[in-house]
Design a protein around this ligand. Structure first.
Ligand code: M6R
Length: 615
């Protein structure tokens, strides 16, 4: 949540900062601001609303400084307003700060500062930080090069909660300090310049060389240098990481929206996620993993822990691991898992799924699992993200940057990766010959999947027509059984987050136990049917809603009598284990076209942000 950008070099900073903010707007978009160091001191401009309001300010062109910090906000403390927008300055206007995260002890700190004569002008927790830095700065007796850094460090030591900070100081016009704790921040190395960002894609057009920061590592930046310090302010070395995403992968190209582009990128994302991990005649390989048969046999449980769409991947994973490996598997929402004393120990494997690798609840759940002695495995799309740096093992989807708030290609790539993981576990466990045949056919299915995904995308025109019929509705229901119910959940989330239509998903068999009371004339019911063992049962449930006047859309690869339904979308056949990868695609498109029909901002739905780095 919240996007942070910074620049220090020889060029005018403001256009680079604005450009970075535009690329990071998916992280938060209720206000934006910028501070640069000018010849006259610090200059700050900010406004409520989208970044375009900021760059439309006539004064912005007057900023000449070559050092600057900028922020696009997703409000936590204080409503979206100009006063609450970042950057925030201290009372003496010596420091300017942008902050991503939450200061949990801000009331105590505010009292301390008020008692010492400081005044506050916003409702944010962030305004504490520049004033706290000033408070410690004034206590410094040595006027040496590290005075600024010591003041920042002392302030950070007083903060509870999470933060990624960029700080500039009018007394140090050639430097910027950055630090993070439980909130993302990377430094891109240029030629005689440094770029700072909360997300790699925003800086890809400038550099592919990044420094990845650990918690409470401080960086003093100048245009030619980046000096790294640990929390005791001892100098440390940092290696550069080369990120091989290309800049165009973070651009919309010929597509109207990122979401549509990302939906159409799914064949490629899946192909690249499979990579060389699967071959027809050999075992599935994960060079990052070294699980043994003994270890897997000794497991009491596997946990998938994640949020939102990533949690829905866990549901598909449970089905695969329990059926292919016979290991009891549970799925939990990270924000619940953390607070319910989960039964985990050294015989539990906890798998954390997160596209961004930065989701605060998932990260905290991971830390808790480690404390309880469990082994931890991260599945993410972002190399070097916080979750990968905490986990014992990390495996990556290779979906490329996902910019739209609604997750699409990350979901399907994650299901592919979890399927391969289940195959790898099953092969390591050396189960029966019958299982080997099943695993081999599943591998063959995975290898042809990108083509089938391409074919499934051809349903787009029919889906667009259906979207035209439903976009004015208030409630939509998604039904499925078994693996199709997990897709119903994901489809319902996708529709509600970008079309603002209330939708719910239910196991089809559960309908008669309550939800059917909501079915009345012309209500839309959407059902997924890909499991031949369950299709007849689901058809019966849909007949029950048709009798009560519902209009129906069916996504299926089964032989069914199509006459009774309003629309049937046919998708290619595949193994039930991996059918969510195909059956979700028409429903991603349905969410997209419904949102477009309503004239909404598909990529930046209201109240949401791409990566949820606060609890
Ligand atoms: O980055 P993560 O995968 O950890 O994010 C988890 C959820 O916030 C995310 O999947 C969210 O539910 C999406 N907006 C769904 O489209």
């Amino acid at each position: 949540m919240c996007g942070i950008v910074g620049y220090i070099g020889n060029k005018k900073a403001s256009p680079i900062l604005i450009n970075g903010l535009l690329k990071l707007e998916y992280r938060g978009y209720d206000s934006a601001g910028i501070s640069t160091i000018e010849k006259t001191g610090l200059s700050t401009m900010k406004d409520k609303g989208r970044v375009k309001n900021l760059y439309n300010l006539p004064e912005i062109d007057n900023l000449e400084g070559t050092i600057g910090i900028a922020h696009t906000r997703w409000a936590t403390h204080g409503k979206p307003s100009k006063e609450n927008a970042h950057p925030h300055m201290d009372n003496t206007k010596t420091f300017s700060v942008v902050h991503n995260g939450i200061v949990e002890n801000f009331n105590e700190l505010k009292k301390l500062l008020c008692d010492n004569g400081y005044t506050f002008y916003s409702q944010t927790d962030t305004e504490i930080i520049p004033n706290l830095i000033d408070y410690y700065y004034k206590k410094e007796t040595d006027n040496d090069d590290l005075k600024f850094l010591r003041a920042v460090k002392n302030a950070c030591n007083s903060l509870k909660g999470s933060f990624a900070l960029e700080i500039i100081c009018k007394d140090y016009p050639d430097n910027m300090i950055v630090v993070r704790k439980d909130s993302p921040l990377v430094i891109g190395k240029g030629n005689g310049e440094n770029y700072i960002s909360s997300d790699i894609p925003a800086m890809l057009s400038y550099t592919k060389e990044f420094y990845l920061l650990n918690d409470l590592e401080y960086v003093v930046l100048s245009k030619d240098d980046a000096k790294f310090y640990n929390n005791n302010l001892e100098p440390i070395n940092k290696e550069i990481k080369l990120i091989d995403w290309n800049a165009s992968s973070a651009e919309k190209g010929e597509f109207e929206d990122y979401m549509l582009k990302e939906i159409y990128e799914q064949p490629k994302a899946i192909r690249e996620t499979i990579g060389s991990r699967i071959n027809k005649n050999s075992k599935c390989e994960f060079e990052e993993l070294n699980f043994t048969k003994d270890y897997l046999q000794g497991l009491n449980k596997i946990y998938f822990v994640a949020c939102g769409t990533a949690m829905h991947v866990g549901l598909a994973g449970k089905d695969m691991i329990e059926k292919l490996c016979k290991i009891p598997t549970e799925v939990d929402i990270a924000s619940e898992f953390r607070y319910r004393d989960p039964l985990i120990d050294e015989k539990t494997l906890c798998i954390f799924i997160s596209q961004s690798g930065e989701t605060a609840d998932t990260l905290a759940a991971l830390k808790l699992s480690k404390e309880c002695g469990a082994k931890t495995l991260a599945i993410t799309n972002v190399i070097g993200s916080s979750i990968t740096r905490e986990a014992d093992y990390s495996i990556y989807t290779h979906a490329g940057p996902e910019i739209a708030v609604a997750s699409t290609k990350a979901y399907t790539s994650q299901v592919v990766l979890v399927a391969m993981l289940a195959i790898y576990f099953a092969e390591t466990l050396e189960l029966s010959a019958e299982k080997t045949t099943l695993l081999n056919s599943l591998k063959e299915e995975l290898l042809v999947l990108p083509k089938k995904v391409q074919k499934t995308l051809e349903t787009s025109t029919e889906i667009k027509n259906f979207a035209k019929r439903i976009y004015k509705e208030k409630d939509i229901f998604f039904l499925g059984r078994g693996i199709d119910e997990t897709v119903a959940k994901e489809a319902s989330l996708k529709l509600k987050e970008i079309s603002y239509i209330h939708s719910d998903s239910y196991p089809a068999g559960e309908l008669k136990h309550g939800p059917i009371a909501l079915i009345e004339n012309d209500v839309t019911v959407i059902s997924i049917m890909t499991d031949h063992k369950l299709v007849k049962k689901t058809v019966s449930n849909i007949q029950e809603v048709i009798s009560r006047g519902a209009k129906t859309l069916i996504v299926t690869n089964q032989q069914i009598d199509t006459d009774m339904f309003d629309m049937v979308i046919r998708i290619p056949e595949t193994s039930t284990f991996i059918s969510p990868i195909l059956s979700i695609i028409p429903l991603q498109l349905l969410a997209y076209f419904t949102s477009k029909e309503k004239g909404l901002d598909v990529d930046k739905p209201r109240n949401l942000a791409k990566s949820v780095t606060v609890e």
